[in-house]
Design a binder for this molecule. Sequence first.
Ligand code: PLP
Length: 268
Amino acid sequence: MSATPRTAAIVSALTIAGSDSGGGAGIQADLKTFAAHRVHGLSALAALTAQHTRGVTAVHVPDVGFLRAQIDACFDDFEVRAVKLGMLATADVIHAVADTLEQHKPRWLVLDPVMVATSGARLLEPSALDALRTRLLPLASVVTPNLPEAELLIGAPIADRDAMRAALDGLFALGARAVLLKGGHLPGDGDVVDLFAVPGAPPREIAHPRLQVDAHGTGCTLASAVAANLCLGRSLEDASIAAADYVHLALRQGYKPGRGEVLVLDHF
Ligand code: PLP
């Protein structure tokens, strides 16, 4: 029996991010998320990490010419409907990625401004923060910072729900077009409340019960789930809500594949 190819229904999402040898975060989480949403996953490796469930042991940043070749190869052949940006490591990489995206102009661009891993490992050189702020933030359809990342982007502390709302304006002032601000780092036992916002409209609260787990790869999974949902035709707001729901369920089904205590998400 011959298989019938499903060519017509397949759209592609591209992740430009870092590889996690431990399979919990980065490119590996992104590709699993795309597959779980029945979206074809493409990848361009901007950085490689030697990593397991207890931390990052080494980082390698390949030549930016090779990164451009990976991105160009994807755009030369596939219908890339959304691009997700994750760990970009250096200012040189950020400039190269911004240059190629300005050329290829993807319909949707989801920016996860990855800076420091939960384990404490630095995933972005401090000197690259300005490049991220000036080159990528204005280019992105939506940016998905957690609170420590948003604090570094706007240069102000975010200690409560009111400060989260004020931070949205700070991000808009930097040129962000839409923001999905993750509230998981606020202390307390209540719900985790993320905010989705575009300039000039009240933010939409996205609430989920707080799960008392130490998990790995949640930020990567959220941003790639937003990209996958945009590929499926959802609006930015609906894609953000669907992605937050997906992460919550993937976290509830999380498992421990290594010796570390952190959970890896189950991509159902
Ligand atoms: N490794 C890579 C390649 C990543 O991109 C990220 C986060 O974006 C991490 C590790 C850290 O993930 P987490 O902070 O969820 O452990």
